[in-house]
Design a protein around this ligand. Sequence first.
Ligand code: PEP
Length: 242
Amino acid sequence: MANRLVVGNMKMNLTAPEINKYLKGIEKYAYGKEVCFCPSALYLPYFIGKNFSVGIQNIASTEEGAYTGEIAASQAKSLKVDYAIVGHSERRSYYGETDEVVETKVKMALSHNLKVILCIGETLEERDSLKTYKVLKRQLKSALQGMPAKVVSKMMIAYEPVWAIGTGRVPSNQEIEDTIAFIKDILKELCGVSVKVLYGGSVNSKNIETLNKIPNVDGYLVGGASTKPEEFHKIIEVVVTQ
Ligand code: PEP
């Protein structure tokens, strides 16, 4: 299956010496492949300029200026970062990012020509009360409604059920396929375009062969497993060769 993207969201993991070791272990397997590394922002320069993509895990909702500790989309772009993850559930839940903040960040990243990976997903409570589609539609509508089709077509959506992140629990292939079809339909309805949709949530080297049978998935957002070179290598191999 051609052109499925594997994105590693390395979160706040690894020290500088560990990053050097990590890169030695993984970079040859990622060269020339549809792979994107999203390390801590401090380490972006270690990954840039090689034959794979690089993404930032979060950007500021404001342009550059007096915002201590923040990183502007323009700064990321000036380092030749390709992608920006926006609206990750950890940002939404631990840092209070509302749908409105996510919308502002999406616009900010796009205006600086970063390719946005917009994360959406339901909590366990929302899933159990059968609100998954309602929540996903609200998140998509809030972030994207009114945006020109040309702009939206440059983005990707990462469907990440919150209850599957870092838990080892994964929805069935049929559930993922149905939810991705729903997301693609909503985006057609809202913006009139086809958009790529990644799946994220406890993807690892053991379940990737099964997950990769889902016909409408366009790639994966991998958290914990992307920080271990052997694990990430196996995931990349399955996705690029299957
Ligand atoms: C994530 O946080 O984007 C993620 C998918 O994490 P994990 O793979 O560890 O569940």
